[in-house]
Design a protein around this ligand. Structure first.
Ligand code: HEC
Length: 132
């Protein structure tokens, strides 16, 4: 009994400051609003990102389907997921997302996601990339 309580306190202490440890990250509630605000202008059926990569970020199915070359989300492994790598600057700057070329910056859609948003998406992937 006492050991269990100590374990709970330990787990709680470890989790403070980490997303999705106390509660699971929700696709609809946490992840999708970020994608809608920062990605869908280009990654919807009529957007330039979709035209270039075949990647639609409009809904869960589109996110899981990935680009014309294949999936960009590997459930439970954010570091293996291109979706995470392009937003966390872990790829060639040329394919960083959102793209930071002059046109996108001028239109106000080229700014990197915040650290919190990036962590949120990583946590969602690491929790299994569920449609929740
Ligand atoms: C200003 C338009 C624009 C915005 C905004 C944008 N993208 Fe893109 N995205 C593109 C284009 C264009 C490509 C095709 C690759 C290239 O030529 O850069 C692409 C490609 C991608 C790819 C495929 C990369 C690869 O080669 O494997 C991913 C993943 C991606 N975008 C994710 C995102 C995410 C996530 C967001 C939001 C944080 C986002 N994009 C926002 C235009 C955009």
């Amino acid at each position: 009994m006492q050991a269990t309580s100590l374990l709970k306190i330990g787990t709680f202490a470890l989790c403070v400051g980490l997303f999705g440890c106390e509660r699971g990250v929700s696709f609809a509630g946490d992840v999708q609003p970020i994608l809608l605000a920062s990605c869908v202008s280009c990654h919807s059926k009529s957007g330039e990102g979709y035209a270039a990569s075949g990647f639609s970020l409009e809904d869960y199915d589109g996110v899981m389907k990935g680009t014309k070359f294949g999936a960009v989300v590997v459930p439970n492994s954010s570091i293996s997921s291109n979706l995470y790598r392009v937003i966390a600057n872990k790829t060639d700057p040329a394919i960083q997302m959102p793209p930071q070329h002059e046109t996108s910056l001028a239109e106000g859609r080229g700014y990197s996601l915040s650290e919190k948003q990036i962590e949120m998406i990583a946590a969602w992937i690491d929790q299994g990339a569920k449609n929740n």
